[in-house]
Design a protein. Sequence first.
Length: 256
Amino acid sequence: MTLLQQHILALSVTAATSIGLGLLVFLSDQKRAVNRVFFIYVLSIAWWAASECFEISASTIDEVGPWNISKFMGVCFIAPTFLHTVMLVTIDLRKRTHVILGLGYVGGASFIALRLFTNLLTGEPRPVAYTNYYTPLTVFGAYLPISFLMLVSLGLLKLWRATKTALGQRKTQLKYLLWGSLIGYAGGSFDWTLPFGFHVPFLNPFGIYAVPLYSLALTYAVLQHRLFDFNLVIRKSLVYSILVTLLTVGYFGLVY
């Protein structure tokens, strides 16, 4: 397989596993706020992955813009919803954290609006490394990965602190969430090099495979250690619906 095909495959697997994990958590208890927010979080990851598949494989420059805008809609809410999930899991009620979270959501919406109606954040799409096209970020657009890094780092820090003081099964649950997130973000973060016009050998695109590893680790934690207070009595219809979704998304990702 070419590196472009590997990149598309990694993104397709990411989208499929993220949707599967999100459905598993959301359908188990739609009434819990943490389940709903986590579903939006992994859906944002899947949205980014699916949109980037089409962006980097576009055959003409005119096809790139709509998919880049679509990708922005996913990327801009990954970090805020991750922090929001962490706050709900760790029961962080501090006002300062809520203010930061609010700014994260406002910032995400602002980035999307700027991408939709201005050219301040992105430049002209061009081939980067092995991709057909990739949309570069401008100096102003660089604030997006900076804000992304800040929100994700804050979420990871809060998870680490909560893990240190937790006991028993709770500690195990938080460890899976912490280390799974670290692995996923460590590998997936190298995708941020492409909008700045360069790539890191091997880690682009293979680092993206760390994101589905994160989904698999959390799926295990959900089923085995009741992360998100998952009910172990799983209805067959739930399992079947998730399997069908994964197979369908994976098939279309590989074919197209």
